[in-house]
Design a protein around this ligand. Structure first.
Ligand code: AMP
Ligand code: MN
Ligand code: MN
Length: 345
């Protein structure tokens, strides 16, 4: 593989999945995807609700390439209150996004990104149910295998890794905008290259992306190093009521906490990363009440416990060390149910 970006434009490299996943996606699945894309005039793209950097970044990167191939592209996510989270507003390509209401009702070809279940498409799940073909690009071990065709590799560090391969296979090349979108996915899902998923192949991909001239410093600042003042106040309340019990550290943030300071729900994403620092805990949990009054439960493990399995059993999903689900119960009942699942995990 050559590290030279210009070279690669003429000669797309074979992606080297040095994590041992080479060939995890059968060639026949890639071939069929390229055929479906080849014959579609309009392609609908979707990612999971309340998108993170991997979901939105992977989708927009592929959207750029499909658009440059002359395809009509619509991209969206199925949130009732459709808005790109502030953290991700720096991503290029947002003019390609449409709200769910303007999304094609029955797309000929729909491609999903970073989405492990039909339900994670939110309002767009109806559109997906009516689509003729649904290609699922994802890396969640808990992926339910929905859709008509899966490009699913649970060993990929991010969906962005699979999006990059799709781009090369489409004959696309990386420019700075595309690379910025893919990089957002890669840094988000590897926790800034800290998680165990950070293989040599991940760093090689980062090298290809950074070589386009993207600003790693600006991206890092947008993603992690800024927030409104209100965040400090809500964080303080969350930390103040953090509880440590038998290797589990947990806390919760209510709608009322946020309303007191006018803090949007999406700003809560980083709190789990502070809570999970706790030396005395193997598992960390943050319950976040969304604007509809449901609890979005974020869970993290340091490795010995499979929180992905626990969350999947509770109707959610995710990875071994990072997973989540939605609860409509009280804080107490939610934690009781989670503790019960942990004992089984
Ligand atoms: P989060 O705690 O929101 O950062 O999510 C951690 C991981 O869990 C991500 O990989 C998500 O895709 C997954 N996840 C979070 N919430 C849900 C949910 N309600 N259903 C399925 N997977 C989820
Ligand atoms: Mn995601
Ligand atoms: Mn992901």
């Amino acid at each position: 593989m050559t590290p030279d970006v210009r070279d690669r434009a003429e000669r797309p490299p074979r992606i080297d999945f040095s994590n041992g996943a080479a060939g995890a996606i059968p060639e026949s699945a890639w071939d069929r995807t390229l055929r479906l894309i080849g014959k579609a005039d309009e392609i609908a793209l979707a990612c999971h609700v309340t998108p993170d950097g991997d979901a939105l970044g992977s989708m927009l990167a592929v959207a750029f390439v499909l658009r440059s191939m002359g395809k009509r592209v619509v991209a969206s996510f199925g949130d009732r209150h459709f808005a790109v989270p502030r953290l991700l507003r720096f991503l290029p390509g947002q003019e390609m996004l449409v709200p769910p209401a303007e999304y094609p009702a029955a797309p000929e070809l729909l491609i999903t990104f970073d989405t492990s279940t039909f339900e994670r498409l939110g309002l767009l799940s109806d559109n997906a149910a009516r689509a003729r073909e649904v290609v699922v690009v994802d890396h969640h071990p808990s992926n339910a295998g929905f859709g008509t065709l899966g490009l699913i590799d649970a060993t990929a560090a991010a969906t962005a890794v699979l999006a990059e391969e799709l781009i090369y296979r489409l004959g696309g090349r990386l420019d700075r905008d595309i690379a910025t979108c893919l990089y957002a996915g890669l840094v988000t899902d590897t926790g800034s290259f800290r998680h165990s998923s950070t293989t040599p192949a991940v760093h090689e991909m980062a090298s290809r992306l950074v070589a386009t001239g993207l600003r790693t410093d600006e991206i890092a600042r947008e993603l992690w190093d800024r927030s409104p003042f209100a965040y400090l106040k809500v964080l303080a309340a969350a930390l103040d009521r953090a509880t440590l019990e038998d290797g589990l550290v947990w806390t919760y943030i209510t709608r009322v906490d946020r309303a007191a300071y006018g803090l949007p729900y999406a700003e809560l994403e980083g709190i789990i990363d502070i809570v999970r620092r706790t030396d005395e805990a193997e598992v960390a949990v943050v319950l976040k009440e969304d604007d509809q009054g449901s609890w979005q439960v974020s869970t993290r493990s340091k490795g010995t416990v499979d929180v992905g399995a626990a969350c999947a059993a509770l109707g959610g999903g995710g990875h071994h060390n990072a997973a989540g689900y939605t609860s409509h119960d009280s804080v107490e009942d939610t934690m009781t149910a989670f503790r019960r699942q942990l004992r089984k995990a």
